[in-house]
Design a protein around this ligand. Structure first.
Ligand SMILES: Cc1ncc(C[n+]2csc(CCOP(=O)(O)OP(=O)(O)O)c2C)c(N)n1
Ligand SMILES: [Mg+2]
Length: 436
């Protein structure tokens, strides 16, 4: 839909014979970019200044609200049905997925503080429009690669809530049999190729998955193999070398991959604008010969329009896309983070842009569904999430001898002693011995 792209900034790769000299000097571009892009309040290191909405207003030419897109469409045609960005069924599917993500994460917070989960737990609240907007367009065979903030990506891709919750509880019924935990969601069946604790670690895995699809189609002649891969990662991760290496390879080999940057403006307590020379991440796509797109990541309909274009390009064999979704996390970096570094005014500003509220508004304004219908979805999801907790709680913990499974290709010599038994079966195993 042509109008939807008024909601975004899109850069196509430069033609081979063009040079940067035809453009504005890079430094000027970057300075201009940093003064007119992104809504973080701390880029001038003015942590205590009141949050200034003009930042986001100044870039509102590029990122407009869904309601504006709709208004624009309405003025061109009188048929309201054909103007809509989604059908009723699509609207309800998107709503349900976002509500599931939110309710699941809220429940995780409760369970974490009750001591049901171990290690770090990073929640996705506020970013739901990105996961839903992209993943709900995928086929089952398509792959998703996530980060440590991975529960909701797994849910959107169809991993049952009870399997994700059980994994968080470290139980055998979890999607990794309780061996992965919060940061390592994986499901072969759903082509969720992992959450990763090290930042940037998933990007080469995603690039490899995309290479596999291309190899199967072009070398093994599996003509129907048009699978695409989505790699999700954050703004802070874009300052990591693996990101650039993979952009290069993906563009070079025209891989069916979409690099989805969830720019929530912060990397733990480090402001994106303070740590990145050119904060407009989407511009890095054309530098490698691929399209770069910036989209309002608090608006699921705009994300979905951008995703359609990028997924279509990948499926047609026309190569990768770099999409920067500008979003915000509503909670601290992890549940162990007191979240005292971010300006409350900034947090309040983004709270007013809640992606679930925005979709609800769109649904009501366009008479796609009634309040009762949405409430029924809320209730269904609450029950589903409650059930996932009951299931996880009642599930068994793994046996001790599962500890080293899937850690080494052949655990003999590492985890298995000369008697053929797992060393971890020795009651003294957890006391820490140099032999293991
Ligand atoms: C290789 C590596 N270096 C450092 C860290 C520590 N670390 C954990 S999260 C994080 C910030 C990442 O921020 P971003 O990519 O913006 O993702 P977000 O948490 O905002 O989703 C860092 C530096 C890590 N996990 N891995
Ligand atoms: Mg971030």
């Amino acid at each position: 839909m042509a109008t939807s792209f008024s909601a975004t900034k899109v850069l196509q790769p430069l033609p081979l014979n063009s040079t940067r000299s035809a453009e504005k000097p890079l430094l000027a571009q970057s300075l201009k970019g940093s003064s007119s892009f992104l809504g973080s309040s701390s880029h001038k290191l003015s942590f205590n200044k009141p949050f200034s909405p003009p930042q986001s207003q100044r870039r509102s030419n590029a990122v407009v609200a869904v309601s504006d897109v709709v208004k624009e469409k309405k003025s061109k045609s009188k048929s309201s049905i054909s103007n809509l960005l989604i059908t009723k069924e699509e609207g309800l599917e998107l709503y349900e997925d976002m509500v599931l993500g939110r309710a699941f994460e809220d429940m995780c917070a409760q369970m974490y503080y009750r001591g049901k989960m171990f290690g770090f737990v990073h929640l996705y609240n506020g970013q739901e429009a990105v996961s839903t907007g992209f993943i709900k367009l995928l086929k089952k065979e398509d792959s998703v690669v996530s980060t440590y903030r991975d529960h909701v990506h797994a849910l959107s891709k169809g991993v049952p809530a009870r399997q994700v919750m059980s994994e968080l509880f470290g139980k055998t019924t979890g999607c990794c049999r309780g061996q992965g935990g919060s940061m390592h969601m994986f499901s072969k069946e759903h082509n969720v190729l992992g959450g990763f604790a090290f930042i940037g670690e998933g990007i080469p895995v995603a690039t490899g998955a995309a290479f596999t699809s291309k190899y199967r189609r072009e070398v093994l002649k599996e003509a129907d193999c048009d699978h695409v891969t989505l790699a999700f990662f954050g703004d802070g991760t874009c300052n990591n070398g693996q990101f650039y290496e993979c952009l290069n390879m993906a563009a070079l080999w025209k891989l069916p991959i979409i690099f989805v940057v969830e720019n929530n403006l912060w990397a733990i307590g480090m402001s994106h604008l303070r740590s990145t020379s050119d904060p407009e991440i989407w511009k890095k796509g054309p530098a490698f010969g691929m399209s770069g797109v910036h989209v309002d990541g608090m608006d699921v309909l705009k994300v979905r329009e951008v995703a359609k274009e990028a997924v279509g390009r990948a499926r047609r064999g026309e190569g990768p896309t770099l999409v920067e979704c500008e979003t915000y996390r509503f909670r601290g970096h992890s549940l162990a983070d007191p979240d005292e570094l971010r300006d409350p005014a900034e947090k309040n500003h983004y709270a007013t842009r809640d992606p679930i509220t925005a979709l609800k508004k769109y649904i009501f304004e366009n008479n796609l569904a009634s309040e009762a219908e949405l409430k029924a979805i809320d209730k269904k999801i609450d029950e589903l999430v409650e059930e996932s907790v009951e299931f996880a709680d009642a599930s068994p913990v793994p046996a001790r001898n599962q500890l080293l499974e899937n850690v080494f290709a052949d655990p003999r010599g590492f985890g298995i002693g000369p008697d053929g038994r797992y060393r971890c079966e020795d009651p003294k195993f957890t006391e820490g011995t140099a032999q293991v």
